[in-house]
Design a protein around this ligand. Structure first.
Ligand code: G1P
Ligand code: ZN
Length: 543
């Protein structure tokens, strides 16, 4: 088969964001757009001839077309084998699992995570290295640089490979192995959790509902929760991955997973509810009429890890992204293990996990995971909770309130203003930065500002420095407000405000978070002039 060298010109907008390159589908459909980026990856990662690559995606619109292009380019760029998920499917954590298990050179994941899909929806591509984790910033910067000087890419002239059954095919000199996307991942889960105990819980009248949101986790949840753990088939809803996610927004939060939320807050609600996102790395945990914030979930998982077989030997440390609440830090302190605060994005956890410094990681954005892979992992978090519930035999709400009683409660909320005009959002951020001096020491009612800064992080392993990672307003009593611009959106700007305060007094733990944070919310709106500058009078999403 013939290797073609195709002349091309750079696009100048192929800078990876928080998690890979994300654009609208029509942007990816521009001539050579996808190929340019893929060649930039191959030119950067410098794989040895004959190397193996993992490949799969969340099944969204354009997934199958992109897989065929990438296979042909991998063959033309000297790869010896590509492990591709059947139907082009691999959830993000499953891709990480496959990269690690088969020791591939790395992997390409096609996903725009929780962003809507379809012909006018979003598409995305990212590269994960041989540790199974998202490429570090150094690598993504190098890919971006390569994309700006690209003059040609290599692709072979070959027919498409059928993807619908596990099988092997030759493409030029390269082997394409179409693999079952679920089994390696499911086996890993069985090695970590007490499936016997969870099976007993589920057969004893404990009812669960998992919402796959028409996205990638459907087949995984069916295999694990229904086939392996014996949950009734209707425990998994929206289980068939659709290219447009059923026109939904596959983001597991109280706003977008409302179908599940209505069930868990309705009459005869199940005991446990959970949802995952487009590519399977996020999770939302619900009890009967009860929502567990992702920050609390991380802390509770850490505090109960000794009950779970894969973690009973102890945790090396816990890492959380900066905007995530400090609830996990309190657990780390009691356990006598280190805690780390990193910038937003899973890629910052990889070095810490590779160095054996942390076992658990989490983000307030419904991301929780451990060193079993190098991505956050939605179903893993669900199984962790089920394992805890199987051992403790208490309702979700009781487990959470007992946790607060022991460690105190970190009231926490995130307010998102989506699709804001870019200039308005930048204006808010600039105003805040310009106000650092006047805010320092300022008094707002009983709250006094202790420090404001733009968060920067020095990686303790490779000493790389990441600046501009979010504006922090820290108060003397430990409360804080964080402002950040999203790095994953594709339309306008998304401004995120993160709010946190600590409450040791058990008699106040039942309060609603918005009530408890009302003063901070008021301060945030006042100092940012957000309403005036963006024309918005309320957030798009509150979590
Ligand atoms: C968002 C989340 C962040 C997460 C990322 C990828 O990024 O806030 O925690 O790692 O999605 O799932 P953002 O849009 O805020 O840049
Ligand atoms: Zn995701």
């Amino acid at each position: 088969m013939q290797i073609l060298t195709i002349a091309t010109r750079p696009y100048n907008d192929q800078k990876p964001g928080t998690s890979g390159l994300r654009k609208r589908v029509p942007a990816f459909q521009q001539p050579h757009y996808l190929a340019n980026f893929v060649q930039s990856i191959f030119d950067t990662i410098d794989a040895a001839p004959g190397a193996t690559l993992a490949l799969g995606g969340d099944g969204r619109y354009y997934n199958r077309d992109a897989i065929q292009v990438i296979l042909k380019m991998a063959a033309a760029n000297g790869f010896g084998r590509v492990l591709v998920g059947q139907g082009g499917i691999l959830s993000t954590p499953a891709a990480s699992c496959v990269i690690r298990k088969y020791r591939t050179h790395g992997g390409i994941i096609l996903s725009a995570s929780h962003n809507p899909g379809g012909p006018d929806g979003d598409f995305g591509i990212k590269y994960n290295g041989s540790n199974g984790g998202p490429a570090t910033e150094t690598v993504t910067e190098a890919i971006f640089a390569a994309s700006k000087r690209i003059v040609h890419y290599r692709i072979i002239d070959a027919p498409d490979v059928p993807l619908d059954m596990p099988d092997e095919y030759k493409m030029g000199d390269m082997v394409v192995s179409v693999i079952d996307p679920v089994s390696d991942y499911a086996e890993l889960m069985e090695s970590l959790f007490d499936f016997g105990a969870i099976r007993a819980l589920l057969s004893g009248g404990f009812r669960i509902k998992f919402d796959a949101m028409h996205a990638v986790t459907g087949p995984y949840a069916r295999d694990i929760l229904v086939n392996r753990l014996g949950a009734p088939a209707d425990s998994v809803m929206n289980a068939v991955p659709l290219p447009d996610f059923g026109n939904g927004h596959p983001d597991p939060n109280l706003t977008y997973a409302h179908e599940l939320v209505d069930i868990l807050y309705g009459k005869s609600a199940p005991d446990f509810g959970a949802a995952s996102d487009g590519d399977g790395d996020r999770n939302m945990i619900l009890g009967k009429h009860f929502f567990v914030t992702p920050s609390d979930s991380l802390a509770i998982i850490a505090a109960n890890a000794h009950l779970v077989p894969g973690y009973k030997q102890g945790l090396a440390g816990i890492a959380r992204s900066m905007p995530t609440s400090a609830a996990a830090d309190r657990v780390a302190k009691v356990l006598g293990i280190p805690s780390y605060e990193t910038p937003t994005g899973w890629k910052f956890f990889g070095n810490l996990m590779d160095a054996g410094k942390v076992t658990l990681c989490g983000e307030e954005s419904f991301g929780t995971g451990s060193d079993h892979v190098r991505e956050k992992d939605g179903l893993w978090a669900v199984l962790f909770w089920l394992n805890i519930l199987a051992v403790r035999k208490q309702p979700v709400e009781t487990i959470v309130s007992e946790h607060w009683a022991r460690f105190g409660r970190n009231f926490y909320s995130r307010h998102d203003y989506e699709g804001v005009q870019v200039e308005a959002a930048n204006g808010v951020m600039k105003l805040l930065k310009d106000s650092f001096t006047s805010l320092q020491g300022a008094q707002f009612g009983h709250l006094q500002v202790k420090l404001c800064d733009d968060f920067s992080y020095t990686d303790p392993i490779d000493c790389s420095v990441s600046t501009g990672q979010g504006i922090r307003i820290l108060f003397v009593d430990g409360s804080r407000i964080v402002f950040r611009l999203s790095g994953t959106g594709t339309e306008g700007a998304t401004l995120r405000i993160y709010l946190e305060s600590f409450e040791p007094d058990t008699s106040k733990h039942h309060l609603d978070a918005q009530e408890a944070l009302a003063t901070l919310i008021g301060i945030a709106l006042q100092i940012s002039e957000l309403r005036k500058r963006t024309g918005r009078d309320k957030p798009t999403v509150i979590t």
